[in-house]
Structure formats: C-alpha cells, structure tokens
Design a protein around this ligand. Structure first.
Ligand SMILES: [Zn+2]
Length: 346
C-alpha cells in the first residue's frame, strides 16, 4: 500500500469553483432537446436557494472562480445563469422568476434572427428590458453558424475570416443597440484550437457547452457550462452539477474533431499532490471507461466503443475532500459522417 493513498487530503488551495448553467428555451411547446419546462426551471431556482447558492453576474463568477489567491472561495457556492439564442420564452417565462429573486443572468444572442425579427426570438426592446432587471446581453455570432463547417470551396484562411466576421458583426450590432460585453458563447459548443486563438485575439472570454466547473486552471477561451435541457434537467443530477468543482488538471487544448481514431484517448494530468486520482471515474461511449495509470498524476481514459457520429462527450468525476462535491471534467468530441459530410443537426 502506498502511503499517498491513506493520507487524508489536506490543503487544496486551487479548488475555487464556479458553475455556469446553460439553458435555451424555457417552454413546454419548443423542441424538448433544447427546452426545460417553466415548472422545472422554477424547481432549479428553488434548489439553488435551498442549497445556499449565490447567483452572480457571469463576469464576476468567472473572476471569483479563477482567482487562485483566495483560498476561502473554495467553500463558496456560486453560480451564473445563461441562456443561448435569445428565445422569446426567456422573456415570457424565465424573466418573471428571475426578477422575483432579483437574480442576474446573461443571454448570448445570435444577432441576425433578432435584427430580422424572426418569430420565437426576443426583439431588441425586449432584450433592453432584460438589462433593466439584471440581464447582460452577450455574443453568440451573427447567423448562429456551425463553427467548424467549411463552406464549399472555402479554405482554412477564408473560413477563419468568415468566423471572425460572424463574431465582430455580432459585437458591432450589439454595441449599436447599446449592449457591451466581452463574453462569447460558441454556437453548438463547437471549437478548435484556431477558434480559441481567434476568440482570445478578439479580447473575448469564450464559453462552451462542455460540462464542469470553472477553476483557476480553466482556459478563459473555453470555459465550461452545464447544458440543462432535454434529459439533463433531473433534480438529483442538478444538485451534483451545481456543487461540482473544477478538476485540478492541466488543460491542454484537445481538438474535438476526430478524424483518424474514433476511440480518442483522454489524458488527465493532475496537478501534483493536490488530489488522489485513484477514485476517478470516466464515462464515454459504451459506458465506464478503462483507465490506465502512467503515473500517480497521469491517467489515460479510453472509450470502449467508437465515438458516434455527431457530438458526444467523455465525462469524468472524482470525489473531492468536500462532502457531496465532485471534481468534474468533460471533453467534447465531434465526428462527421463516414463520407466526410457533416451530420444533420437534430
Ligand atoms: Zn445557440
């Protein structure tokens, strides 16, 4: 038996954690895969109250979660609430519940559907009204494009220029309508290394759709959020998610698009001596993933089955020294059709 494994876990100064919640529609008549019912949303807000969480504006949540100097913050219970796409149901159903509690929130807006007055989207005036009640309006591209899909005849350079136009056009329109923010949410949660660089170069903070908590080691170009719609709205799971802590690992950028191997290895390199990774569990295609230990601090997780066509994730958790709170990390994978074509969005 190695001594390391029986020592109680002591000081752990970098487990600050903040959780960002991601919703789309709050409605019963919209597509279930991107919706939560108003009743279930209200239940989530009640659970946040019961569990003693403080709901912060997104930028403050990020700063407090990533601040490695404040040891005390590790016991904080802090979340931020975000909505993608500016759907009308946020104005109609979510706003009254948030207003009643005086809680801040952020809406990531794809600007074209708002500018052209598409049905089921909020208007600029309705977005402005949100800001009178603690709402922040942020960038979610102009046309809500798929970020990794090259158009016919487009090379890498032209693709990156087009995505830059998507983001800067949205920023300009938001600014024109009086909204200033440096927060950006990747449409469909899609990213690659070039996009992370672009977002950083544009002076933006990037939010994905991979689950997990934000901590001092998180990459500000790719901060995690917990998607809460469809089958992911359950109350027990919600409690686990809001209590989660950032997995204390190095965060190298792993390209999510798989092209050569469909059982990509996930390397988890733990910050030395911070935690004991022997109770790490990871789930991927086919279920519980076999783990191989390169060293005490370097674990490789491999999937039992190929990642499916479309978007999927590996999810890893590890019990922390705080009762009922788990370290959490999720890695996105994206796989095209075997023909090389892009899959249909469900
Ligand atoms: Zn979206």
């Amino acid at each position: 038996m190695r001594i390391l494994h029986i020592l109680p876990l002591l000081v752990c100064s970098t487990t600050n954690a903040g959780v960002v919640l991601l919703y789309h529609h709050v409605d019963t008549k919209t597509p279930p895969i991107t919706s939560i019912s108003p009743a279930q949303f209200e239940k989530h807000l009640q659970i946040l109250e019961e569990e003693g969480f403080t709901v912060l504006p997104l930028s403050e949540l990020r700063q407090r979660s990533m601040d490695a100097s404040t040891d005390g913050a590790r016991k904080e219970r802090i979340v931020a609430i975000t909505f993608d796409d500016a759907y009308l149901s946020i104005y109609k159903n979510a706003l009254p519940m948030l207003k009643a509690r005086n809680w801040p929130f952020t809406v990531f807006v794809a600007t074209e559907p708002v500018e052209t007055g598409q049905p089921f989207y909020m208007s600029w005036n309705q977005l402005r009204e949100l800001t009178e009640h603690g709402g922040e309006i942020a960038n979610h591209t102009h046309t809500h494009t798929h970020l990794l899909r090259l158009e016919a005849g487009e090379n890498e350079e032209a693709w990156l220029a087009r995505i830059k136009w998507e983001i800067t056009t949205a920023s300009e329109l938001l600014s024109k309508h009086g909204f200033e923010s440096t927060d950006f949410a990747y449409t469909y949660g899609e990213y690659n290394a070039a996009l992370l660089h672009l977002v950083t170069d544009l002076g933006l903070t990037g939010y994905g759709q991979q689950s997990g908590a934000i901590g001092p080691g998180s990459n500000p170009a790719l901060l995690p959020r917990f998607p809460l719609s469809g089958v992911y709205v359950g109350e027990a799971a919600f409690r686990d998610k809001i209590r989660s802590l950032a997995m204390p690992i190095e965060f190298p950028t792993v390209e999510p698009l798989v092209t050569d191997t469909f059982k990509p290895e996930l390397h988890l390199k733990f910050e030395n001596a911070k935690v004991n990774p022997s109770r790490l569990t990871c789930y991927g295609p086919g279920g519980l993933m076999p783990l191989s230990e390169i060293s005490d601090a370097h674990i490789i997780a491999t999937a039992l089955k190929d990642v499916p066509i479309g978007r999927s994730r590996y999810n890893c958790t590890l019990p922390s020294e705080l009762r009922g709170r788990f370290y959490w990390f999720s890695q996105l994978w994206i796989r095209r059709e075997d023909s090389g074509e892009w899959y249909e969005e469900p």
